[in-house]
Design a protein around this ligand. Structure first.
Ligand code: PDD
Length: 281
């Protein structure tokens, strides 16, 4: 395997960043994840747009043009022989003597890219069985719209989920409303049969998969509302699912141990998964 580190491809096992990289010391960086279908990036433009926005919000310089980035991402896919997989990109503010404030003069941002294959058939078989989520109190900062590498609350939430046999943890705010998952957006088909996912005015990541799926849903003519839902509404929903570059559209069949509907994968979630993958290919 090969990783891209600051301008060149190196063996994955030898790939390293400096100990004073601000990403390493301060989580001062952003990232993106793309699904790869048939060797091609899914939802490429949506992820690029969000990457530039995350960098701009944190006043980190763009490390390269979009055209150059596309070339490097394609090369990462090619060198790692990825047909079905994931590409990870991270940009930190760069390497400088430790100081919370930005380095002055500015240093070049540090870029790391990895690409790996996934076993789509195995994932598909797993998704067809349905998965569990748990809920945890929302304890993140107020800028979850920026895709930063500061993921400790997400990591702790995901670990709590894993320890309880769940694939995802949903953050729940003070009003009892689900914000989003540790690494995905949260959806239900409510008791009235309406698709529901939280609006992006809230403190959540503007999921690229979420946005594409909203378009898929509009094309399919299904009723949908960008409206938050409570944990209680999720428990009494007809269906639930999560979306993200890693999970695509993954059906959820229980929330905090409570079965959703009859506890099997619902027709809407499985149809939307198929439609999303068809669109991404
Ligand atoms: N996570 N919400 C959070 C907190 C996320 O970390 C992610 C993605 C999403 C879904 O966004 P998108 O559809 O653009 O992937 C929502 C990536 C996959 C990760 O951390 O690995």
């Amino acid at each position: 395997r090969f990783a891209y580190v600051n301008g060149r491809f190196v063996r994955h096992g030898q790939a390293a960043v400096h100990i004073e990289d601000r990403g390493y010391q301060l989580a001062d960086g952003v990232y993106e994840v793309w699904a790869v279908f048939d060797g091609k990036l899914a939802d490429a433009e949506g992820h690029f747009a969000r990457l530039w926005r995350s960098l701009d919000e944190l006043r980190i310089a763009h490390p390269m043009s979009e055209a150059s980035l596309i070339v490097v991402l394609r090369e990462a896919i090619r060198r790692n022989h990825v047909r079905e997989g994931l590409v990870y990109l991270q940009v930190s503010r760069g390497v400088a003597k430790r100081d919370h404030a930005f380095p002055s003069p500015a240093v070049p941002p540090a870029v790391v890219i990895t690409a790996r294959s996934v076993d789509r058939a195995a994932i598909e078989a797993k998704a067809a069985k349905g998965s569990a989520v748990i809920t945890v109190p929302e304890n993140r900062w107020g800028r979850c719209d920026i895709k930063t590498i500061g993921l400790l609350p997400n990591a702790l939430a995901k670990q709590a989920a894993r320890e309880r046999g769940a694939i995802e943890a949903w953050f729940v705010d003070d009003l009892g409303l689900v914000t989003e998952g540790a690494s995905s957006n949260a959806w239900i088909v409510d008791a009235e049969g309406r698709l529901r996912t939280r609006d992006t005015q809230a403190n959540i990541l503007r999921g690229v998969t979420r946005l594409t799926l909203l378009d898929v849903i509009a094309q399919a003519g299904l009723p949908v509302a960008e409206q938050p839902f409570t944990v209680e509404e999720a428990k009494s929903a007809r269906e639930a699912f999560i979306t993200g570059a890693g999970s695509l559209v993954t059906p959820i069949t229980s929330v905090d141990g409570v079965k959703i509907g009859d506890g099997t994968v619902g027709p809407v979630a499985s149809r939307l998964r198929a439609l999303y993958i068809e669109r991404a290919r």
